[in-house]
Design a protein around this ligand. Structure first.
Ligand SMILES: Nc1ncnc2c1ncn2[C@@H]1O[C@H](COP(=O)(O)OP(=O)(O)O)[C@@H](O)[C@H]1O
Ligand SMILES: [Mg+2]
Length: 138
């Protein structure tokens, strides 16, 4: 397990560009395919956006901590906020008929589709989401 990069950003939406660039670069360095790179960039952006908006309530004094880890042919990305957390098993299903036309509430669903493993954990410091993408997993 090798830590490739750590990023600590204040909770403002304009930090998302920087995070996106780093995610793309890390995926590039690990030789992920174009599609896999897109999956990683979208998922990291959604997770960081959630950490900024829902976790830290866009309070610029609160930080989002992002760690990129390499393990064999997998990239692991950890995103931690400084908020109170939530129950990820308790979310409305965005594919159910009454939710189909809603524009919000799709981020975690999309992350779960695009990544190989997604886990949420409530820590003493805040909510932490761990994203795993395996190379050539299809
Ligand atoms: N880091 C977080 N801290 C607290 N609540 C969160 C966090 N991430 C997600 N949530 C909760 O889960 C819900 C679903 O998130 P998501 O699927 O990304 O949809 P959206 O962000 O559009 O609401 C959010 O509306 C919020 O209530
Ligand atoms: Mg979201």
């Amino acid at each position: 397990m090798t830590i490739i990069k750590t990023l600590d950003i204040p909770s403002t939406p304009d930090e998302l560009t920087k995070v996106d660039e780093v995610a793309e670069r890390v995926a590039e360095e690990m030789s992920f395919s174009k599609d896999e790179k897109d999956d990683i960039a979208i998922s990291v952006s959604e997770a960081v956006n959630n950490a900024i908006m829902h976790g830290n309530l866009a309070n610029p004094k609160k930080m989002v901590h992002i760690t990129f880890i390499r393990e064999r042919d997998s990239l692991i990305v950890k995103v931690r906020d400084e908020g109170n957390g939530f129950n990820p098993d308790d979310l409305p299903d965005p594919t159910s008929p009454e939710n189909l036309l809603r524009l919000k509430g799709r981020g975690i669903f999309i992350i779960r589709q695009l990544m190989d493993e997604v886990t949420h954990r409530k820590t003493n410091e805040g909510m932490e989401v761990t994203l795993v993408k395996k190379k050539n997993a299809g």
